[in-house]
Write a protein that binds this ligand. Sequence first.
Ligand code: GLU
Length: 432
Amino acid sequence: MLRFAPSPTGDMHIGNLRVALFNYIVAKQRGEELLVRIEDTDKERNIEGKDKEILDILGLFGIEYTNVIHQSEHLRYHRMMAIQLLQDKHAFNCFCTPAELEHKREVAKKAHKPFRYDDACTHLPHELVIDNENPFTIRLRRPEEAVVVNDLIKGEISFAPEDIDAFIIMRAEKYPTYNFACAVDDMLGDISLVIRGEDHMSNTPKQIAVRNALGYEKKMEYAHLPIILNDEGKKMSKRDDASSVKWLLKEGYLPSAIANYLIHLGNKTPQEIFTLKESLAWFDLSSISKAPARFDMDKLKFINGQHLRMLDAKELSRYVGFADEAIGEVAKIFLEEARTLKELRPKIEAIFAEKSIPEEFTEQAEILRKVILDAPYFESFDDFKKHLMQESGLKGKNFFKPLRLLLSGAEHGPEVADLYVYLKDFLGEIVK
Ligand code: GLU
């Protein structure tokens, strides 16, 4: 079983979508199931409705999963496992107050040292523990040996016991911390491989330590994906609009193109343009680069343009707001100059909108408009053109400029002859 474990705390980040895509692909390749686990244990950070939004996005991208759970449903297991760890003396109650810990953290900071738990409560006598009425957290005992993570992308990394530290697994309110809940749930879910962002790398030995302490022996594989950088070489954050999947969709990028881009990013792929389904045949986690990948909007735009071309006319027409194959064909012609739906839609809308004609051509446009409305039906553009020229007495720039403006609503653009092939049945609506 593989899993995608998003937190419902904000708009889905492209890094998360990349994680979801990779989990989906590898699960399919290995013939395993994919579980979606909404990590909603941090109640203060949860945003209502984000879980549904995440599932909608997965649906839109064709990421199929077998089951969805909310982590909060597992609270009783988290508590049970914490009690077991206490009983087995792999965990201990810690009575240090937040103020004391804050003070120790400050001291460490001043000494330019990382804060490590000082074992103040690690060895408290039993009577002191059971007779103590102060609030307490539960900490995992620091492991005795280093934990080695053998990452499918990063290779082997060893973590010393001090770096894993005696960390908190249950808060004072007796809710689990992220690392504890995640470690227990991966165990309960019988997860075989965890694919996630490299920002979780330092959590991995902690989660392994939890399962080791619980006596869980099955080995879980890990693959940590390098982060995605913005133009300035900094980690893409909420401040970068393009980091939000919702924003990209709103800007007119197709799910298939975004998926293509994210699978291609920092990866060696046999071709540049492909579908998610096609990538199942060749995707290989071990060809993902270890180095961070840089987000490239131009490349995404290019890939989007290619995916727009791959749509058939009917599908494309729906994307631009018309359910008509002929309009889809017109939209295809405009793909020469538009690479997103946001760029494409106004071009199609302009054809049917009221035209604003520059003053130097208003008179000619009025003459042409009448001739077009009275004209019989012409199959060929040449015949249509000849008829218009004859009836209007216009020629050259005085003919072609207003004709283009009347038929496309723009001064420049594709050949009017090419547009005419698909627009000839709509002339009444277009020049009205
Ligand atoms: N909930 C974590 C996140 O959204 C992911 C945890 C994981 O994949 O283990 O970053």
